[in-house]
Design a protein around this ligand. Sequence first.
Ligand code: DON
Length: 344
Amino acid sequence: MHAESDPDAIDPLIGKMRAAAAPFRRTLQELHRSYAGLFDGAVATYIPELALADPSWFGISVATADGLVFEIGDSGRPFSIQSISKPFVFGMAIQDHGRDQVLRRVGVEPTGEAFNSIVLDEATNRPFNPMVNAGAIATTDLIEGADAGERFKRLLAMFRRFTGRDIHIDNAVFLSERITGHRNRAIAHLMRNFGMVGDRFEESLELYFQQCSILVTCRDLAIMGATLANGGQNPLTGETALEPQYVKDVLSIMLSCGMYDFAGEWAYRTGLPAKSGVSGGIVAVVPGVAGIGVYSPLLDPKGNSVRGIRVCQDLSRKFGLHAFEARFSGPSFHDECHPPRRGT
Ligand code: DON
């Protein structure tokens, strides 16, 4: 069901604000129309369950740091979060242990390598950063809990604070990845050899597969991004999902490493902290302003959503969202989302 055609799906307050923010909705409609016919790329198949996605699925959502949510297309269609989970788990690990302890297990250096590269830093034996699979597994290994169940419940509770709603895992995706996850098992054993993961690393690998199988929508991604844009506080619920002092750790890693071996071009052209996932999601953050969520399962050779990249690049260019934009003279993202009320 497209959110646009289902007024009951939209909170009455947002419904009223939508009427006031027509220009921005039109912008999203135009973007969706521009790329709905783009079928470059391929759906991921190395996790068999992901191959079931329909290449035409395409949703866009933007959530502002003060709680407005705009959405178009398949914005309510659930998909597994996959690697988009990684920056949020990184933030949780730092909150659990502090920066110094986490950085003993994982670096913060972009590798220019693919997300599944089996590469450790020769000088420290650490995985290079928490966005590649090796670094993510090492980060998940740091999630505290008395047993596997408590660790899983803590992790899910963190994601629920970011999305502002009850979420669950897709068990079919979890089982599909657990059965085929040989490369990640090899990475985990290599890191155990170098002490980058602890004795419970096999339990942590299961937890990593579970975190990647969490079901979200691109509306959820936009709200998660808006929560980071809002200093770690969910703008819809007011709940703190991440302590403010750790938000910069997450955003800086997303900007430098979030798009893997496309991170350099992404930083140059889009200039926003972002994270992609092999299901076809992308979350991007405009610090202090908004979160952007895009979902479309067609991926480029580097594992990033083709339509997702185009949408984020267009929004960045149209509204001057690039982190290093100088004195942008075009339309303001904030003003288009919050047009003056009639008569003011
Ligand atoms: O571990 C894996 O390979 C997947 N669960 C996640 C990889 C992923 O999402 C890469 N992002 N583009």
